[in-house]
Ligand binder design. Structure first.
Ligand code: EPZ
Length: 422
């Protein structure tokens, strides 16, 4: 297992320019969408992160041919050779559930391992299952697997009980080849959902209401190939903004979509950080000497993203005062707190709230990453902790960040990867 070692410094100031990559959570559904057609799908701005390679392994097992050259992915699924997503892969990446809708729509059958829970909480998929049953699928859950079949999916009206990102994505993909009209209401409106819809329309799908809570899909007989550039990763961008904020940094981020980050930008500005547009796709951040505490509550887009909660908590340990962080999306997404406490943070958790008392001068320690965003949080904390911080199980970080240590090193951080791969 790789480790990340950081020589932190209270006085560190990150400076320079960093390019933000494509959105992991947009490219995963886009890869799933390639199962809907026998023609080539080409994706640009694809981040070389672990989850992308895992998803590629999954669709290759189903008959996809293609590869990722630099940051361009070309995929073609002429014929499906398998309709099964085995437990080993699904356990490694919950987003594997995204093959369920496309397999049912194109092939009429799917066998997908139940994802189960993960480090950030219970991860039910009842909304995916109920929605697909409304489209006419027969679904049974046995021996830890979802067994789904449908001669041909039929359009229906479906209202999501609660907003689900991959649930919305699964149902939109399934509905593109269903017979007749489907109306989905209370959809998730994350930019990644919209980006998938834009790709599907390029493939020939008929979708109205992209970016809205009500999406209307008129089924078509088949979909074709397309080329599509993946949107920038708003969470990677937010992570670097937090890194700049914590280190009184002066950074330029390029390749970003500020309009996808309004709430995060607003909260960072309230913390005392100047953030201004830079060029056509950039942000310039200049952080002041003091970070003002902020109370945040995570919520579905356009609210404060749960995927930024851990990173923001790291920054609030450096704020002059008390911040209350409320996590409303996942029931166990405070795994990073115990590790921050070991670095000297002052945080108390009660239910869905974490009370962060700053400013605490952190001191480096050996830590362990529990999940993707928790590991990003520990990297940020390690930057400003005095002495050495080692983050074990850095593979979690690699799931969603491409070479984060190289990007931070180029901005002045003293950070390196210790690989135990022979
Ligand atoms: C997506 O997960 C993201 N993953 C997550 O990012 C992100 O944290 C999450 O959305 C919320 O924004 C991908 O897009 C691949 P949900 P997803 O379904 O779709 C409940 C990261 O770090 N729910 O929107 O699995 C669920 O328990 C990852 O990149 C049901 O009850 O999340 C949660 O409380 C972590 N039944 C809430 O809805 C269901 O059938 C939102 O979950 C589905 C979800």
């Amino acid at each position: 297992m790789d480790k990340i070692r950081i020589q932190g410094d209270h006085a560190l100031r990150l400076k320079g320019e960093v390019r933000i990559g494509g959105a992991k959570n947009a490219v995963l559904p886009a890869i799933a969408a390639s199962l809907l057609t026998s023609e080539e799908v080409r994706l640009g701005n694809v981040p070389r992160v672990k989850d992308v390679f895992t998803f590629l392994d999954l669709v290759r097992e189903m008959g996809a041919v293609g590869d990722l050259a630099a940051n361009t992915l070309s995929l073609r699924v002429r014929d499906l050779s398998s309709d099964e997503a085995a437990y080993a892969l699904v356990r490694a990446m919950r987003a594997s559930i995204l093959v369920l809708g496309p397999l049912l729509a194109r092939h009429g059958k799917a066998v997908v391992a139940l994802p189960g829970g993960c480090a950030i909480g219970s991860r039910p998929i009842d909304l995916h299952i109920n929605g697909l049953q409304r489209l006419g699928a027969t679904i049974s859950l046995e021996h830890g697997y979802i067994r789904a079949s449908a001669d041909r999916l039929r359009g229906a009206e479906i209202a999501f009980e609660k907003k689900t990102v991959t649930g919305t994505e699964n149902l939109v993909m399934a509905a593109t080849l269903a017979e007749g009209k489907t109306v989905l209401s209370n959809c998730a409106v994350e930019p990644e959902v919209s980006d998938l819809c834009v790709l599907l329309v390029k493939m020939g799908a008929r979708i109205e209401g992209i970016g809205e809570e009500m999406i209307r899909i008129s089924g078509v007989a088949e979909l074709g190939g397309a080329f599509h550039d993946i949107i920038p990763d708003r969470i990677e961008a937010g992570t670097f903004l937090a890194a700049g904020g914590m280190t009184r940094g002066d950074l330029v981020l390029t390749g970003v979509r500020p309009d996808h980050m309004t709430t995060v930008i607003e909260r960072l500005r309230f913390s005392g950080i100047a953030i201004d547009p830079a060029g056509s796709d950039g942000l310039h951040i200049v952080a002041g000497p003091v970070i003002r505490p902020q109370d945040i509550t995570t919520s579905p887009y356009p609210g404060f993203p749960t995927d930024m909660q851990a990173q923001f908590m790291a920054m609030m340990t450096q704020a002059e005062g008390t911040s209350i962080i409320t996590e409303t999306i996942f029931d166990r997404r405070f795994g990073h707190v115990n590790e921050l406490l070991r670095l000297g943070a002052n945080i108390e958790v009660a239910g869905d709230k974490a009370v962060v008392r700053g400013k605490t001068l952190l001191s480096g320690a050996e830590t362990i990453a529990t999940d993707l965003r928790a590991s990003a949080c520990l990297v940020l904390a390690g930057l400003v902790a005095s002495g050495e911080t080692v983050i074990n199980e850095a593979e979690h970080l690699d799931r969603g960040y491409e070479r984060i240590e190289d990007k931070l090193k180029a901005l002045g951080a003293r950070i390196e990867r210790i690989s135990d791969r022979k």
